[in-house]
Ligand binder design. Sequence first.
Ligand SMILES: NC(=O)c1ccc[n+]([C@@H]2O[C@H](COP(=O)([O-])OP(=O)(O)OC[C@H]3O[C@@H](n4cnc5c(N)ncnc54)[C@H](O)[C@@H]3O)[C@@H](O)[C@H]2O)c1
Length: 355
Amino acid sequence: MRPIGVGMLGSGFIGEFHSLGLRYVPGARVVANYGAGAERRDAFAARWNSRAYDSIAGVCADPEVDLVVVSLPNHLHVEAVRIAAAAGKAIACTKPLGRTAAEAAEMIRAVTDAGVFAAYLENVVFNPDILRMRDMVAAGAIGRVTTFRAREGHSGPHAAHFWDAGLAGGGALLDMASHGVEVARFLFGKSLAAREVFAWGDTLVHGGRTTLEDNAMMVVRFADGRAATCDVSWSSKGGLEGRFEVYGDAGRIVEDISVGSMKAFIERPAGYLVEKADAETGWVFPVPDEVRIHGHDLMMADVVGAFRDGRAPAETFADGLAVNQILDAAYRSLKSGRWEPVEAAEAVTAPGAVA
Ligand SMILES: NC(=O)c1ccc[n+]([C@@H]2O[C@H](COP(=O)([O-])OP(=O)(O)OC[C@H]3O[C@@H](n4cnc5c(N)ncnc54)[C@H](O)[C@@H]3O)[C@@H](O)[C@H]2O)c1
């Protein structure tokens, strides 16, 4: 089996999850990495037995790198994709693909022009419960899907770039509803176009820190009139929330990806428990294998497998663009107070667009 060398751009929170997601992928390993801070970058390299570089270009020029994984803050996605594509590397980029659909379209142009493999890293649709939900929907278990509801929240992002409107490009909606929107597309069927969006959002709690919305809700209406809602928060206490519910005319399926069946009452801290846990003691809800539960194992297996086999990955840059188009409409609605149409960017129909 051909070994796949991975170049990890970003050695922070999600770079670690993406690297852990490669644990059980045969023949794939991180061989090069980049991060902004030398200390963290070198520690990451020591942990993963990889070579640390002080630039994106350095990782992309490493001859052992076949696949570049973009785990950088939102404002660096376009630049990273442009450099990796120019170096002829296969690329996988975390959510949201762009800060806007225009950025996502630019990334599609870059990978299309270079003729390189490109995957969108949306982990939630690889969560084992969501996959089971999709299979049950496909088997007709709940009849015709009518509506979908996502609730995602935590008490606020861990790094400064998320709070900076210019760097991040959006607040809780872009950061969290990017997951819910893609899960909705996954369950309704990706061929069903989203037609319009109505959204509300405001800075209810973190006004001293950001101008971005820290709480928001949006309704997406699809072309045939069915609808999905995403309700997100950066001020929700008590640990990560990730609830996804799908309703049909013959049933419903609801699940919470952020808690397992385990709960503990502890008087002394046990170290890391779960993403964004707000409490170290008392009643806590540790998740035994977060990397798998959050979908990273199956996601990285799909990305590496697709690249190796020369097929399209399950989540493509076109999916990332579709999510950005829906979120662009949400941000327009947030300003206008009206339903806003989902506008297609020109790259979706561009010849040779990566499907
Ligand atoms: N799939 C998910 O559930 C998920 C979860 C968290 C983050 N993300 C996405 O991953 C991306 C990175 O988020 P993160 O949580 O890993 O961030 P992070 O701050 O934990 O890590 C960012 C990494 O980028 C590097 N970096 C390079 N240039 C930088 C700069 N100018 N400013 C800040 N950092 C810089 C940092 O050194 C670090 O290695 C974002 O696009 C975010 O949306 C996805």
